[in-house]
Design a protein around this ligand. Structure first.
Ligand code: F6R
Length: 365
């Protein structure tokens, strides 16, 4: 069922506009309508939320990290995010009015499920599962559910599940934000931006050929560094995770501002550096971080907004993305990084859909 595609992962990357369309369909018609996508009890539970605890693993954890930036910046709601395998084994404090949110493609990840089953404190006002599989354990055991409608994801490397999770998480931010002073006008604006998402993802995916060309520079490398700032830091983490899991090239992600606190020592011409740099307030800061890389002979691959004043130069390779509203930028910038890891893996001849040592659903601890 791969059709015209060579791998499921490739098919699933290109399915993202449709997957997001389905996920948002009939759910974002108005600010009032958004909560309904989270279940019948959402209104009553959301009214009581004062803080959010997100728990997930792997790629789904990265989605949670993006959501934290959104929740605190847009909704003014404190948010914690933790990988399930840590959260479940440590003593933690549960503030009053905590919404417990799990994020999972499969709904069967053992650590995430165990963390959910352990939410006994009375300070939890409810449990929400953001999940791609209806009827999965996480969904059955949570009071609230947001179903991402990505459709079956076959490739072990998660792609469309991640971007649909992000779309759902932005809806959560709007639903909670509405109760915390995020005005309807602002919400309407962001809903309008969400409606542009399928089209913008398609434009980002149309960079496939230039990204394939660029991927040749990575094939012989053993290490790469991914940089992002702010909400793009988790996008960098996700880009590094994709590259390591399917191409087996060591990849690390850092918030760009941490570069000089250690990782800069690693940078030389053998270590390409990938940076995600949309045209937001942090771009200028990121630019100076990037100069540090150039000064050490590192080759730079920059995914930047077409309005960003950066261009190709000696050792600097810029790939321009369409202008993207800030609210949805992390979703759009994920796509070129997926394509990059895909093409690097294909060139290296790895088993893209079934990388060694990995399982699609981790139901053991
Ligand atoms: C990476 C990947 C994994 C999963 C993780 C959680 O591409 O797919 O990191 O994201 O195993 O799985 P779910 O989302 O099913 O809980």
């Amino acid at each position: 069922e791969k059709g015209e595609y060579r791998h499921f992962m490739q098919k699933e990357i290109f399915e993202q506009p449709a997957a997001i369309q389905r996920t948002l369909q009939d759910r974002i018609d108005s600010p009032e309508a958004v909560s309904a996508a989270f279940g019948d009890r959402a209104e009553a539970i959301f009214d009581r939320v004062r803080t959010v605890q997100i728990v997930a693993c792997g790629t789904s954890y990265h989605a949670g990290m993006v959501a934290r930036y959104w929740l605190e910046a847009l909704a003014g709601i404190p948010c914690q995010v933790e990988v399930a395998s840590e959260f479940r084994y440590r003593q933690h404090v549960v503030p009053e009015g905590t919404l417990f949110v799990t994020i999972s493609q499969s709904g069967e990840t053992a650590d995430t499920l165990a963390a959910l089953r352990d939410t006994r404190s009375d300070n939890y006002v409810g449990r929400l599962a953001i999940c791609n599989v209806d009827g999965s354990s996480l969904v059955r055991e949570s009071e609230l559910t947001f179903l991402t409608k990505a459709g079956p994801e076959i490739g072990v490397a998660s792609t469309k599940a991640f971007t649909t999770q992000l779309a759902g998480l932005m809806m959560l931010v709007l639903a909670l934000g509405r109760r915390h002073g995020l005005g309807d006008e602002r919400i309407e604006t962001i809903l309008g931006e969400l409606r542009q998402l399928p089209n913008l993802i398609e434009q980002a995916a149309a960079l496939d050929k230039p990204i394939e060309a660029l991927s040749r520079a990575f094939v012989e490398k053993n290490h790469t560094l991914f940089l992002g700032r702010g909400v793009q830091f988790p996008v960098a983490l996700e880009g590094a995770l994709k590259l390591k899991e399917i191409s087996y090239i060591h990849a690390e992600a850092y918030p760009a501002g941490e570069l000089k606190h250690g990782p800069l020592a690693l940078v030389d011409k053998e270590m390409p550096v990938v940076a995600v740099a949309p045209n937001d307030e942090l771009l200028e800061k990121l630019k100076s971080n990037l100069q540090e890389v150039r000064a050490r002979g590192g080759e730079l691959y920059l995914f930047a907004d077409k309005h960003a004043r950066v261009s190709d130069g000696e050792g600097i390779h810029v790939l321009h993305l369409p202008a993207v509203p800030e609210s949805i930028a992390p979703i759009v910038y994920t796509v070129p990084l997926q394509l990059l890891s895909y093409h690097v893996a294909v060139l290296r001849g790895t088993d893209v859909d079934q990388p060694r040592n990995l399982a699609k659903s981790v139901t053991v601890e």
